[in-house]
Design a protein around this ligand. Sequence first.
Ligand code: SF4
Length: 396
Amino acid sequence: MLMVSDMLEIARGRIAEERVRAKSPDRFSGASEAVPLVVWNVCQHCDLRCPHCYLAAGTRPAATDLGTREAHALIDDLADCGVRVIIFSGGEPLLRPDLFELLAHARDRGIAAQLSSSGIHLDERAAGKLAELGVGYVGISVDGARQFNDRYRGLEGAFDRALAGVRHAHAAGIKTGVRMTVTRQNAEQIEVVLAAAEEAGADRFYVSHLVYAGRGLRLMGDDLAPSESRALLKRLFALAEARLDAGAKVRFVTGSNDSDGPLLLTWIAERHGPEASARVERLLRARGGNSAGEKLVAIDPRGRVHPDQFWQAVTLGTVPEQPFEEILRHPMRAELRERVTRLTGRCSFCRFQELCRGSHRERAHAATGHLWASDPACVMTDDEIVGQGGSPCSAA
Ligand code: SF4
């Protein structure tokens, strides 16, 4: 995840680097010693039919979802291993009847909880309950203007209900984000979604690239070409800067493509000069690019542990049959820690390697059949990654 607004403020000397590091210390710690953040897909079902759903969620509860007793045991196991944050995701987590019970158990075990939701069931009561249980953040997906969103996500009224969910969570005192996954079908609608997010009181506007997993595999042909993603990101960076200048509270974030960081760095260097980009580069370097399987793992509804939520093709182990601590010793994690030495193609000689770490391995694998191939969605040009074209990164 690239914290665009924070990086822009650091570039302009408005906030100190330490403040950003303090907001999420785990992201800035060394990968090898970090206890991972866990994304837990608590159920396989959802009301919506989004074409990019990486879990290919169905509409009915799956008999294979972990039961309540197993889920409690899982939370205990994660807490005993030192996990400090769980992002409860789905399917739609609010469709799980024991969700509040599980959140209460996580809280009692000292784990901070966040929620990733469609927002469809986030009414006033649910928002109040989440706030009472200490949920610190709710991310809600919206993929376009009202009519497009409802058709695309497969439910009439989804747009209005999602934004009502943002309002309810905001009113209950929970930080909120609106997340949009961009493809050629909706890239022109980012301003519309941003306006709706701000109007609903969202704290964060999160633009995510497409990952080729689950139903998203079938959407691969609609993914933006790297040049189109570049243009979109530059539009987004300019929007983020304009909203900062206007004193807006909304913070811009991008995700699912770690080459966004180098692009922001070059954009900042062109606009704000080398000192500004050096400050941002220090932070990007400390954060260290993609960390799937290292600082992050995902647990699917059956209890299978994956390097991240998109990377369902690789399983590190299964809870509760195996202790989480044992799963964390899977040799794949050691390979991922050394991923930079394994990368091939343009990622292998890229001078932004330390900032990006080859971006998403599951996308490279889905597109090429090779785990260590270059990420086909990289937004940097050939000239930029070898150091021509005035790129500022000192990693060369
Ligand atoms: S070439 Fe690879 S390592 Fe370099 S920015 Fe692109 S995805 Fe990242």
